[in-house]
Design a protein around this ligand. Structure first.
Ligand SMILES: [Zn+2]
Length: 264
């Protein structure tokens, strides 16, 4: 079963590719470092043995267990290829012949039929892109499909270092500012988005906000999420999470607002 195919993103991308990507030789900027860390098969245009590289490798060691323990799931051992480029020019050149529709993106996740592939180039703070795109890859290794808003909400949630996930994401301040202006994070509106082209910056923030509420809010809401993920996983018709929440968590919208008021 295939989900609606998302195609573009502000901060990354998850697209489904039918068939394995042709693995043509990489003529320029040969990989200078290649490592396997957990399920991640990493190849980089720059050495990873310096302090920054070692720090990044530590993120790869932690990310799968973070996602598994937070969501209460077990991801598969299917390998995820991670391609790290020295600069944007090399990234775009590489993608222009393989995934041309993604070459203009800041970072990319491609769901291939053989494996997931992540493409990121080195720049200030690129670790965020690595965690974001690798979260997409882990989710798509764990579920037959992931609703677009939830896919992006989880990726936004896990993109910051673990100690910042509960209270340190910049979206939190944005939510507080939006609350002054009658914030309306309609989940059914987010669920109507089926293409990343339709996702605005505030949609990303609001997807993150729902994920944050579901993970850190009342136990009843978390249980609804857990049941929803379970149904997706085993192939039960999952329907809309908004409808489940409306049925099972009375006053969920006001609960969500209170959740963020309490985080001030
Ligand atoms: Zn994304």
């Amino acid at each position: 079963m295939q989900p609606p195919v998302p195609s573009l993103s502000l901060c990354g991308m998850a697209i489904a590719i039918c068939g394995a990507l042709a693995e043509t030789p990489y003529a320029r900027g040969e990989w200078v470092d290649q490592r396997t860390v957990d399920v991640f098969e990493i190849r980089a245009e720059f050495p990873l043995d310096d302090e920054a590289g070692q720090s990044l490798l530590g993120e790869f060691r932690r990310l799968r267990s973070d996602v598994e323990s937070t969501l209460g799931i077990e991801a598969t051992d299917d390998p995820i290829e991670v391609n790290l480029f020295a600069n944007r020019r090399n990234y775009q050149k590489y993608l222009s012949v393989r995934v041309p529709e993604g070459a203009s993106r800041v970072a990319l996740f491609v769901k291939g039929s053989d494996r997931g592939r992540v493409y990121v180039y080195r720049h200030q703070g690129y670790e965020v892109d690595v965690r974001h795109e690798c979260t997409h890859a882990l989710l798509h290794n764990s579920f037959p499909y992931v609703p677009l808003w939830l896919d992006e909400g989880f990726a936004e949630y896990f993109e910051v270092p673990a100690p910042q996930r509960a209270t340190g994401h910049s979206h939190l301040g944005s939510v507080h500012r939006a609350m002054f202006l009658r914030w309306d994070p309609s989940l059914s509106k987010l669920e109507s988005r089926h293409d990343l082209n339709e996702m605005s910056g505030s949609d990303y923030r609001d997807s993150w906000a729902w994920v944050h509420y579901l993970l850190h809010g009342p136990i009843e809401s978390r249980q609804v999420l857990s049941n929803y993920l379970y149904d997706i996983r085993i192939g039960n018709p999952a329907g809309m999470l908004s409808e489940r929440l409306a049925q099972e968590v009375p006053g969920v919208r006001s609960q969500m607002t209170r959740h963020f008021q309490n985080l001030k």
